[in-house]
Design a protein around this ligand. Structure first.
Ligand SMILES: NC(=O)c1ccc[n+]([C@@H]2O[C@H](COP(=O)([O-])OP(=O)(O)OC[C@H]3O[C@@H](n4cnc5c(N)ncnc54)[C@H](OP(=O)(O)O)[C@@H]3O)[C@@H](O)[C@H]2O)c1
Length: 255
């Protein structure tokens, strides 16, 4: 029994650290220049993965440039996730390149402090473009890359703010609805791509100390701690669990 357990652990470890033909796996991360995205890039790079780290303004992404200097397997690519032509150009550049794990991380909250009676609908549109439509567009554009890989995982960084079941006070119309909607899109996508062996997941990273949470009075995790937990969730994903909404602690978030 002990022997069987250690064999299983070895197989899981092998799946986490190798791709086709024993190659290191590849992860593509959107919004990788700061916050959770940067830490994802750092931790995957430290594991020896190939990292395609995308950023809106690569020239200004100093922390990412430093990371790439220390890890030659980190490639920095320009990508504004709301730019359809930019997504198409990225997909064209990487045509034929397997991507084991695609992480839709880029996100915005929109203007803070909006209340009923003074909602900014242009701002709302930007939030939906970034948090909801972009993850689907990026996933659609890179589907063949994910399908061609060994791990075949599409992960979207969602939020407990997108859990309708957990709402008990009014705030964040734009952000909350953008995350609830991306949850639905990804659940839908999970069914659409299951036959191609692709596993789709939503992951709530929990409250993390990034620019997004500046001034929010609540206990925050260090990005390194939160991201290690997110990656552990990603490692455990299997096709039979596709379409679920995971919490960084490993359980599931109510829809
Ligand atoms: N921090 C938390 O507590 C928390 C909790 C739950 C969920 N999340 C989710 O986690 C993800 C990362 O958040 P974070 O905390 O790391 O936030 P952050 O520190 O504000 O970083 C956001 C990242 O998204 C990028 N981004 C925004 N709009 C973009 C666009 N149009 N195209 C490309 N990149 C864009 C930013 O790039 P620029 O530098 O160019 O703006 C930045 O790299 C988001 O989806 C967020 O909703 C965060």
């Amino acid at each position: 029994m002990q022997h069987l357990k250690s064999l299983c652990a070895t197989l899981v470890l092998a799946a986490m650290t190798t791709s086709h033909a024993g190659e290191a796996p590849t992860v593509l991360i959107t919004g990788a220049n700061r916050g959770i995205g940067l830490e994802l890039a750092r931790q995957y790079a430290e594991r020896g993965w190939h990292v395609i780290a995308t950023a809106r303004r690569p020239a200004a992404a100093s922390a990412l440039i430093q990371l790439a200097a220390a890890h030659p397997a980190v490639a920095i690519e320009p990508l504004d996730v709301t730019d359809a032509a930019g997504i198409a150009a990225l997909a064209a550049k990487y045509r034929g390149q397997p991507i084991d794990v695609l992480i839709n991380n880029a996100g915005i909250t929109g203007k803070r402090g909006q209340r009923l009676g003074s909602l900014d609908y242009d701002d709302y549109r930007r939030v939906l473009e970034t948090n909801t439509i972009a993850p689907l567009r990026v996933s659609e554009a890179l589907l063949a890359n994910v399908e061609a890989s060994a791990q075949r995982k599409i992960v979207t960084i969602s939020s407990s703010e997108g859990s309708i079941a957990q709402v008990n006070s009014p705030r964040g119309y734009a952000y909350r609805s953008s995350k609830a909607a991306v949850n639905m899109l990804m659940r839908n996508l999970a069914f659409d791509v299951a036959a191609r062996g692709i596993t789709v997941a939503l992951v709530n990273p929990g409250p993390v100390d990034t620019d997004m949470m500046k001034g929010v009075p609540m206990p925050l995790q260090k990005p390194a701690d939160a991201v290690a937990k997110v990656i552990a969730v990603v490692d455990r994903l299997t096709p039979d669990t596709t379409g679920r909404f995971w919490d960084y602690q490993g359980g599931e978030v109510p829809w």
